[in-house]
Design a binder for this molecule. Structure first.
Ligand code: ZN
Length: 435
């Protein structure tokens, strides 16, 4: 399929898109009702029949689906097809309970390939680009999605998979890599290592990074774009929905275009679950519009964002979502105050001017929560006078208290003492005993 054909639906007139979405929603709801016990039961409990869903506006009559629902139906209870029609299975890591098994028919894989191809087109990639895929190839739906999308684009694909930093850098240097797909924290780790071995990334043809699979911030983008030759683009996609490729930033870097012909987005208030209008921040809810093996209706992603309906400079007509920098389940509570890691990042950035490696450690020594932010200092600062370190520590503590509204301890630690992740960065270590 040519680039033009593959991305056609990104440019549909809004009315035409809404009509397509409505038709596909009706088909999805019927499919789910007829084939998945949980959806049929939920709809019956709400007194709903597939015939009641006539237009896109009826979507808010449908009940929500949460992660727990999918976990409870482990392994195959949410499938809408027999296993014979399933050509691929992936699963979530199951770090927060049972894994969720995700099934794909041949057509589902074609959709996945299509949306990744469209994401790569958003970044300005094309045939002739050399794409290094440093997401894991395995049960987690990471590398393979990008792999087929990049091949469909006609790019040269290097399936390095995750880990093995030295080999990643060798490939990047020797194979003429122009784009890399990885988590942003892992790329920062690669860049740091490149510096240590005197590999100048600016001397390479590298120009695009497709970063996702973990929340990241504008501060991280600025750091990547300042220290490396990359334009850093965001990609988004929960495994439960299809994997990476639900939405991607275009060259305007001003929100991620949602591939709305396949994934219908809503924003709801996470407390009341009432729908919120475009522009207002809340929890992202997604309904798949074309998934065969595992249709997902009104899935609560736990990701906090807002939708942007204003036209984009790139000419695509599909709506955008703001970058996801926090999740409802990343939030932690210290002495009754809700805090997101992104707020801690904002405080560090305000003082340091760039984001150092950091970690938040929560303890409860005497029945009261204690929060300590451990921040790596640069080797230069470490050789400086002790006074400079004390000064930095005090300024960080003051800024944290100012932005968070609670007192946090600050501990400066030596360079490279905070564990570097091969995948998602672990920001919060909660050692509190709940009694
Ligand atoms: Zn755009």
């Amino acid at each position: 399929m040519t680039d033009h054909e593959a991305s056609r639906n990104d440019y549909l007139p809004r009315g035409e898109l809404r009509q397509l979405q409505g038709e596909r929603l009706r088909r999805t709801v019927r499919r789910a009702y007829e084939n998945v016990e949980l959806y049929r039961r939920r709809m019956e409990e709400h007194g709903l029949h597939p015939d009641d869903i006539r237009t896109l506006d009826d979507i808010n009559r449908l009940p929500f689906t949460v992660k727990r629902d999918l976990q409870d139906k482990y392994p195959f209870g949410m499938f809408a097809t027999g296993l014979a029609d399933v050509v691929r299975l992936h699963a979530t890591s199951g770090t927060t309970g049972k894994p969720i098994v995700v099934a794909y028919t041949r057509a589902d894989l074609d959709v996945w390939t299509n949306v990744i191809q469209r994401a790569l087109l958003c970044y300005g990639l094309q045939r002739g680009d050399v794409i290094q895929i440093a997401y894991g190839y395995g049960l987690l739906a990471g590398g393979l999605g990008f792999h087929y999308g990049a091949e469909a684009l006609g790019a040269t694909v290097i399936p390095v998979s995750a880990g093995n930093t030295e080999r990643q850098l060798m490939v990047m240097k020797d194979f003429g890599v122009t784009a890399i797909c990885s988590t942003p924290s892992y790329f920062l780790h690669l860049a740091e290592r490149a510096g240590e071995i005197n590999l100048n990334l600016h001397s390479l043809p590298l120009r695009v990074g497709a970063f996702g699979a973990e929340p990241w911030t504008e501060a991280m983008r600025q750091r990547i774009e300042r220290d490396t030759p990359l334009k850093a683009y965001d990609v988004y996609g929960p495994t439960e929905i299809i994997g990476s490729g639900v939405a991607a930033e275009c060259r305007c870097q001003n929100g991620l275009h949602i591939f709305e012909d396949h994934f219908y987005p809503e924003i709801v208030d996470p407390q009341t679950l009432q729908p919120l209008p475009d522009g207002q921040e809340g929890e992202l809810v997604i309904t798949t519009l074309t998934r065969e093996a595992m249709p997902v209706i009104r899935f609560r992603t736990r990701d906090i964002t807002s939708l942007v309906s204003e036209p984009c400079g790139c000419g695509r007509s599909v709506r955008r979502m703001r970058r996801v920098s926090r999740r409802t389940d990343d939030m932690f509570v210290v002495r009754g105050v809700s805090i997101y890691p992104s707020q801690v990042e904002a405080a560090l950035l305000a003082v340091e001017g760039s984001l150092p490696p950091y970690q938040i450690v929560l303890t409860r020594p005497r029945e009261l929560d204690e929060m300590e932010v451990q921040v790596e200092v640069t080797p230069e600062l470490l050789t400086d006078r002790i006074r400079a370190l004390e000064d930095l520590q005090a300024r960080l503590a003051a800024q944290l208290e100012h932005l968070l509204g609670v007192r946090a301890g600050v501990r400066l630690v030596e360079p490279r003492t905070i564990e570097r992740s091969q995948g998602k960065a672990r920001r919060v270590i909660d050692r509190r005993e709940i009694v």
